[in-house]
Structures are given as structure tokens and as C-alpha cells.
Design a protein around this ligand. Structure first.
Ligand code: URA
Length: 267
């Protein structure tokens, strides 16, 4: 049998997206499967039971509509940002919570005129429980600085509150589970301007099918049942995309100038 180089195996795991330790003790899956095989063999040797009734599952899985109703109820009961964070910490309707290290709720100033919504936390955000503190967060800080802002002049969050394993894209169900909390988050902060960074955020929040190439650089009215009047919202590129495609920074700069001009109109 070929010998496994542990360093190569680790590198391969990280490339496959398994880049987080989710338990303190390593689990020997080989020993587990040998034990399972022995158990199966022992079970086969037993006479077949006459009753075919399956034992009741410990917990019935929630129907999707039930899950959505639960998250809507939990979110709308929150009347402050602290209550909303507590409601999310107690919420069990999004499976991402099971693999994440921390809930990533928000950063910045909830009194600011601008609220920025990204997609989902990455590895560094998951470790620290703060949004946009990794490489794309550094670029976001530079983008804000380019129009004279910093985190005391913006409130920052995401449309997903837990890191998807290996930074995969969030599923439609995960976005739907978090959406009532995001809508409540916006209603509690009531910013004067919203900025949706990246396609996932812009599409989900504006309920549009087009990609970010089409959505960016335009103003929209963001509506939600919780808001009396709509909030002006701008869609722009995600800083992680700009790190991969620096040629798009010119377009992102135009978006930032639009944002700055709108902010100037407010003051
Ligand atoms: N990307 C996001 O969309 N959000 C974060 O918090 C970090 C990276």
C-alpha cells in the first residue's frame, strides 16, 4: 500500500475546502468504519425482526416553510440589535451554524448613514466573529478610505451570518433562512443608504436574477415589509472579486464616487 505523506494529505484537504478544525480531538474514521462493518456483520447474523415500523426520528426535520416561519418569527420579535444578535445565536434553522466557529453579526457604527451588506464570512471572519476582517475586508477599508470614510462612518454585515465550509457559495435555502434576520437588521438600523457588495448580496436583497455586472453602478429602491419607506441602495463589486480582477477597480471607483455624491446630498 502506498504510504501517505501527512503534509501532502493536509495540503490536499485544504485545497478541497476542509480548512477548519471543527473538533478538538482528531477522529479516526478508519477505526470507525471497521467498527461499523463489524456491527453490520453482527446485525446480519441476528434474526430479522417481524415489525417493519421505523423508529421515530429524534427530531423531525422542519419543512422549508416551517423553517422560514420560524426565522421570521424569531427575527420580528427582536426590537434592538442586541436582541437580534441573541435571536440569531439561539436560531437553529441554518445548518451553517454547526460548522462555523462564530456567529458573524456586524461591525462599524449602527448610527452611520451607510449600511454595507456582503455575502458571507470567510475563514478570518469566522475565527474572529467580525465581518470583513480578512483580505477582502482590508480592500473594503481602502475603498471606504478613498471616499473619506472608515468603519466609524459605516455599518457592515452580511446576508449570511455563519461561514459556509470551505467558503463555498451559500445555498438558496441558507440565504432564505437568514433573510428575515437581514431584513430585520436593516429595519432596526434604518440606514439612509444601503450598499450591496457582490452578486450574491445584490441579487438576494433586490430579488433580481441578473448578475453583478448588470446590477452594479445603479441606484435601486430597497423595499421590505418592515420599512415604511424604501431605502436607496447601490450595488457594486465585492472586494474579493476586485482582488482577483483588479481591472474592474476602475468601475468600482465610479460606484464609490456615486456613493460619495449621494452622501454629500444628504448632508
Ligand atoms: N466576504 C464577505 O462577503 N463578507 C465577509 O465578512 C468577508 C468576506
Amino acid at each position: 500500500m502506498e504510504k501517505i505523506n501527512p503534509l501532502e494529505a493536509l495540503r490536499w484537504s485544504v485545497e478541497m475546502g476542509a480548512d477548519e478544525a471543527i473538533g478538538d480531538v482528531a477522529v479516526n474514521r478508519y477505526a470507525e468504519s471497521a467498527a461499523r462493518a463489524a456491527k453490520r456483520q453482527a446485525e446480519r447474523a441476528q434474526p430479522t425482526p417481524t415489525s417493519r415500523t421505523a423508529p421515530a426520528p429524534e427530531r423531525m426535520p422542519l419543512a422549508p416553510s416551517q423553517g422560514a416561519a420560524d426565522s421570521r418569527a424569531a427575527a420580528s420579535a427582536a426590537n434592538t440589535l442586541d436582541e437580534l444578535r441573541d435571536a440569531l445565536a439561539a436560531f437553529e434553522g441554518c445548518a451553517l451554524k454547526q460548522t462555523a466557529t462564530n456567529l458573524v453579526f456586524s461591525d462599524g457604527n449602527p448610527e452611520a448613514d451607510i449600511m454595507i451588506l456582503g455575502e458571507a464570512p470567510g475563514a478570518e471572519e469566522d475565527r474572529r466573529g467580525v465581518p470583513f476582517v480578512g483580505a477582502s475586508g482590508k480592500l473594503m477599508d481602502q475603498m471606504l478610505a478613498a471616499i473619506g470614510l472608515d468603519r466609524s462612518a459605516a455599518y457592515i454585515s452580511n446576508i449570511i451570518f455563519w461561514r459556509p465550509p470551505g467558503n463555498r457559495n451559500p445555498t438558496t435555502a441558507e440565504v432564505a433562512a437568514c433573510m428575515p434576520f437581514v431584513q430585520r437588521h436593516i429595519a432596526l438600523v434604518r440606514p439612509r443608504i444601503l450598499v450591496f457588495v457582490g452578486g450574491a448580496s445584490a441579487k438576494a436583497m433586490l430579488d433580481r436574477k441578473e448578475g453583478i455586472m448588470r446590477l452594479r453602478g445603479k441606484w435601486y429602491d430597497y423595499h421590505s415589509p418592515d420599512l415604511g419607506s424604501p431605502i436607496p441602495a447601490l450595488a457594486t463589486f465585492h472586494p474579493a472579486y476586485l482582488l482577483r480582477s483588479p481591472g474592474q477597480k476602475r468601475a468600482a471607483w465610479r460606484d464609490l464616487l456615486m456613493l460619495k455624491a449621494r452622501l454629500n446630498e444628504l448632508s
